[in-house]
Ligand binder design. Structure first.
Ligand SMILES: [Zn+2]
Length: 59
C-alpha cells in the first residue's frame, strides 16, 4: 500500500513510492509544489518543502 502525504499548500494527496528514500524529491500532482522526503518509517512519511534548497533557478 503506497504511503500518502498531504500537500500543505492545496491539501491534495501526494503518493510516496514504497521504495522512496529520504532526500528524494516528490511533487504535488495538483499544484506542483516540491517536497523533500525527510524520513520514512512504517506507514508514516515526513516531508519538508524543497523550495529552500536554492533560488538560483531564476533568470
Ligand atoms: Zn499541492
Amino acid at each position: 500500500m503506497p504511503l500518502k502525504a498531504k500537500c500543505k499548500e492545496c491539501g491534495a494527496d501526494i503518493e510516496i513510492p514504497d521504495d522512496a528514500l529520504p532526500g528524494e524529491i516528490v511533487s504535488c500532482p495538483d499544484c506542483g509544489l516540491e517536497y523533500e522526503i525527510v524520513s520514512i518509517s512504517a506507514g508514516k512519511v515526513e516531508l519538508k518543502l524543497a523550495e529552500d534548497i536554492g533560488e538560483d533557478w531564476g533568470e
